[in-house]
Design a protein around this ligand. Structure first.
Ligand SMILES: [Zn+2]
Length: 89
């Protein structure tokens, strides 16, 4: 999966609770936000891992989807794929 083009990315200053971080390839939900997160914040302590997905830990969380093994849902520093909005940064 190549890095998303800038015109595919929605700019959002924060993500609300209930936003689902999802795989751009197979579409599976990976992490559910349990509280509002600003874009300069961390997801640690604010996300719940879906079934079969490793717990989110800052610095050690895989960027590749554990189900399809190809989709990359996060391009550091802050471009991530969400179920609701597609790519956001
Ligand atoms: Zn996937």
């Amino acid at each position: 999966m190549p890095q998303p083009f800038p015109d595919q990315i929605t700019s959002l200053p924060f993500l609300n609770a209930g936003t689902i971080l999802s795989c751009p390839d197979c579409g599976v939900g990976l992490y559910l936000l349990t509280k509002k997160v600003t874009r300069d914040g961390t997801f640690e302590g604010a996300v719940q891992a879906m079934a079969g997905v490793p717990e989110y830990k800052r610095g050690s969380t895989p960027k590749t989807c554990p189900l399809c093994q190809t989709g990359q849902w996060w391009y550091p520093p802050g471009t991530i794929h969400t179920f609701q909005y597609g790519w956001v940064a």
